[in-house]
Design a binder for this molecule. Structure first.
Ligand code: HXC
Length: 513
């Protein structure tokens, strides 16, 4: 009996060792030579030490004479800062991490378990896309992953980390997840690579220029964050998850920071320049208000006229949305609309209250924006704020003009608390534009149009460009001293908690995507 048991254990051990070899020592050495870790090494770095539990490590594609157990993907669960997460890591040493039906089904198994257990799912991607020799079965596999990505959306956080190529289908699954973390100079994502581009359009472009981390961080908006190397990318997952609940029925974890909730900041009383066209750094405003060092911006390289990110107020996670006056004066364009609306929807899905800092001078004018569909894209911001049922607080720091003000989580769209600093200017449009329209004839007739314009602008400013009309009408709930913004927000969040909001039942709305 003892002999039989020993033989069984030896067989198990041999199979395990075979699975651990992946695509073999040569290919592992090649992976290391490129400065890349193997799938298992990455999981070790990502998770709390010793917590990874592998599943389905012996699965192969049946009948293909395949001898690589695990089929090019390592799947399982483990802990990250003591919380369970489900993970998969593609093994580039096995058929270039390409996706077969078996490979896909292993990923699907993890996603199913993540949803039924209410835990985040993290994918570490390094893949040549659909396994070419599998044909339609590989495509079927991808479809099964995409279906799960869509169905899990809004139930559990889904995070993709790209650590190598993500070609073809390999880029769609990340696109369906909530955050894509790319790795500088290591990961590339594209639907069709440089060779296809050359044969179809004749254009010659490198992989890096076409789909490298910086291209997707600054040009396409696909990358939410960029790690400088693999370790950095994996550390970003840990940081990001620290702000997120494990699922849509939990509240985000509270992490006391020791920052005084009553801290007031005199600097905020002087941060808005006297001249309305002089910019100021909205990051400084945010950093002075939230718990020290807690602001974690996402998508900072794309549409920098809008700022989105997570922070803590008295230890509790909040989502921050803001204009950035330092870039394009903070106007809203197509990309800013997409960036803001997606972030608002994410925060709402995962019970993260929204704090919106408004300095919104307008939508970016011009045929490029109009023909690109700024109307359709801008409408998404309205849609996202209106549907959001988390506590919503908006603070107008300076400009709140016209539609660009209304869309930014205004009272009319359902802000729970609408605040302003004394520097706020709430009007249909800026004084210059308004005077040019309303006083066109007087200005044309004037002996000294410059002097008259200055006078009319000053008059308009006095009448409309202040927060007090809005306060008189009850549109603003309070005009506050900027220095006291932090304690005001913390008290407001305590008072608001989770407002009860019931929309009439429907299958779903039709967001203007
Ligand atoms: C099978 C693949 C593969 C694939 C790579 N390999 N991609 N095997 N199917 N899709 C294998 C290679 O044959 C090689 O095997 C090993 O993986 C490593 O690949 P290399 O080319 O040596 O590595 P590298 O130079 O780093 O280039 C990586 C790469 C390149 C950029 C990913 O391999 C590549 O362009 N692959 C094809 C990408 C692609 O077009 N995929 C199909 C997309 S279509 P050996 O034995 O030599 O180690 C798609 C449709 C899905 O995905 C649609 C879903 C709806």
């Amino acid at each position: 009996m003892e002999k039989k048991n020993t033989a069984q254990l030896e067989e198990l051990q041999a199979l395990r060792e075979r699975a651990l070899q992946g695509g073999g020592a040569d290919r592992i050495a090649k992976q290391h030579a490129k400065g890349k870790l193997t799938a298992r090494e990455r999981l070790e770095k990502l998770l709390d030490p010793g917590t990874f539990q592998e599943l389905q490590s012996f699965m192969i594609t049946p009948g293909e004479g395949q001898v690589t157990p695990g089929d090019g993907v390592v799947t399982g669960y483990g802990e990250l800062d003591g919380r369970t997460v489900y993970v998969y890591a593609q093994d580039f040493t096995v058929y270039g991490g390409s996706v077969s039906l078996t490979h896909a089904r292993k990923i699907c198994r993890i996603m199913d378990l993540a949803v039924s257990s209410g835990c985040p799912v993290i994918g570490l991607l390094d893949s040549g896309g659909a396994r070419i020799q599998e044909g339609i079965r590989a495509l079927q596999g991808y479809g099964e992953i995409f279906r799960r990505n869509a169905l899990a959306s809004g139930i559990i956080p889904q995070i993709s980390v790209t650590l190598g190529p993500c070609a073809g289908g390999a880029s769609y699954s990340p696109a369906l997840t909530d955050f894509v973390i790319m790795t500088n100079k290591t990961s590339v994502m594209f639907i069709t690579g440089p060779n296809v581009v050359k044969s179809v359009t004749g254009e010659i472009i490198t992989q890096e220029a076409l789909g490298g981390a910086m291209a997707h961080f600054t040009k396409s908006g696909v990358a939410s964050l960029v790690g400088q190397n693999e370790e950095d990318s994996l550390a970003l997952v840990r940081k990001l998850l620290s702000y997120l609940p494990s699922n849509n029925v939990e509240t985000p974890p509270c992490a006391p920071t020791g920052d005084d909730p009553n801290r007031s900041e005199e600097r905020l009383n002087t941060i808005i320049p006297e001249k309305p066209n002089i910019p100021y750094e909205m990051h400084e405003v945010i950093e002075l208000i939230v718990d020290q060092g807690s602001f974690f911006e996402v998508q900072s390289g794309w549409a920098p006229n809008a700022i989105v990110g997570f922070a803590r107020l008295d230890g509790n996670a909040v989502g921050i949305v803001a204009q950035q006056p330092m870039y394009l004066a903070g106007v809203i364009d197509i990309n800013a609309s997409d960036k803001i609306s997606r972030f608002v929807r994410f925060c709402d899905a995962f019970n993260i209250p929204l704090i919106t800092f408004v300095d919104s001078p307008g939508f970016l004018p011009g045929p490029l924006q109009e023909h690109g569909g700024i109307i359709r894209h801008g409408a998404k911001i309205i849609y996202a704020y209106v549907e959001a049922s988390v506590p919503k607080i908006s603070i107008v720091t300076r400009k709140g003009y016209g539609g660009a003000y209304i869309v930014m989580g205004s009272k009319s769209l359902g802000a729970d608390l609408h605040l302003a600093w004394p520097s706020a200017e709430l009007a249909v449009m800026g004084p210059q534009g308004a005077v040019n329209i309303l006083k066109r004839r007087e200005l044309a007739r004037a002996k000294d149009p410059q002097a008259l314009r200055a006078e009319l602008v000053a008059d308009y400013r006095k009448k409309f460009s202040n927060p007090y009309r809005a306060a008189e009408y009850g549109i603003l709930d309070a005009v506050i001293e900027p220095a006291k913004t932090r304690p005001t927000l913390i008290a407001a969040l305590r008072a608001l908690r989770e407002p009860v909001r019931q929309l009439p039942p429907k299958k779903h709305g039709v967001m203007p995507v």
